[in-house]
Design a protein around this ligand. Sequence first.
Ligand SMILES: C[S@@+](CC[C@H](N)C(=O)[O-])C[C@H]1O[C@@H](n2cnc3c(N)ncnc32)[C@H](O)[C@@H]1O
Ligand code: SF4
Length: 369
Amino acid sequence: MEDQTLFSPAFRSSSSVRMLSLFMPSMTVILTSFWDTMKIILKHMKIDSFWCWLESFGFQKVSSPKPNNLKIHQSASMTPTSVNYHFTRQCNYKCGFCFHTAKTSFVLPLEEAKKGLTLLKGAGMEKINFSGGEPFLQERGHFLGKMVQFCKQELKLPSVSIVSNGSLITERWFKLYGEYLDILAVSCDSFDEDVNKMIGRGQGNKNHVEKLMKIRTWCQEYNVAFKINSVINRFNMDEDMSEEIAKINPMRWKVFQCLIIDGENCGEDALRHAETFVIGKAEFNNFLNRHKDIKCLVPESNEQMRDSYLILDEYMRFLDCRNGRKDPSKSIMDVGVENAIKFSGFDEKMFFKRGGKYVWSKADLKLDW
Ligand SMILES: C[S@@+](CC[C@H](N)C(=O)[O-])C[C@H]1O[C@@H](n2cnc3c(N)ncnc32)[C@H](O)[C@@H]1O
Ligand code: SF4
């Protein structure tokens, strides 16, 4: 047996171990409490990871970004409760800020689109919103009408809605398909026709606001809830729309802060360049303050808007906007809804936070105007 003198290796190692064992618990306590404090600070700053915290001070990660198809959404069991189907990218207007542009002219054949809608219903869809491009452009609104009818009559969806620029809507369309539609949203960014022209929201001599008023009357006559969408940008940010909105009395007035999406309305391969339209948070808040008495106003800042919509493109691919552009998933027609939705970038929490789930079936709405 080795003699344990002060300088013997055995003594040194055993005393180091003893020293360490005395020291370690207090180190652990110190480190744990340091990390707990850091976690509280990060949480307070609404920053989820240490890396994001470093990034907020200007540090940059050196690793290359992961391709979109490697990013899997945390929630494996996400339900496509409310879906926005941008079935066409074609449009008759030229809004300078548009973030869903005519990059293709593709439209799924009607029977294929119906198959896709059936898959979505099977995965839990309750609300479908048809958008574009301009949804009334294809077959003068009949393509849209047939999908609306199919979703209400065959799929029995609680809510079927459309967002449109309104210019191509006719009373005949309401006669044919109005009974199957719950909500119609018409986009209107200004009640001043000159501003609409500057924005590009118009075609020839058509008066956008006059048409908006006509559609509102048809909605009343054909029992369809009426909504207005406005994009707040450099050209309309100082406008006071209170009087007109109060008169029209829409069920909801969605007020968006103009959003930039790389490849759509900014960047080299974009068809629109919206940089001159963009406004800051303070300017957006000024607009909201001016309209604070309007009860139906639903504000959506860039942050609230970007990831809180489940967007399907013309190929029925989910579009992930988390990286500031629209990265497509595979088509639900090829891989099914459950596989495709993992790559949607959808922020379900933000969807609820921005009031995405509301009374959206006309059967439950009191349409008393
Ligand atoms: C892409 S449009 C398609 C439907 C239709 N053509 C229309 O304008 O209503 C859908 C909605 O997005 C809004 N929108 C377009 N570009 C936007 C942008 N850059 N920021 C925020 N909203 C935008 C439109 O005003 C509209 O309400
Ligand atoms: S925002 Fe304007 S340009 Fe874009 S799809 Fe709608 S009407 Fe067309």
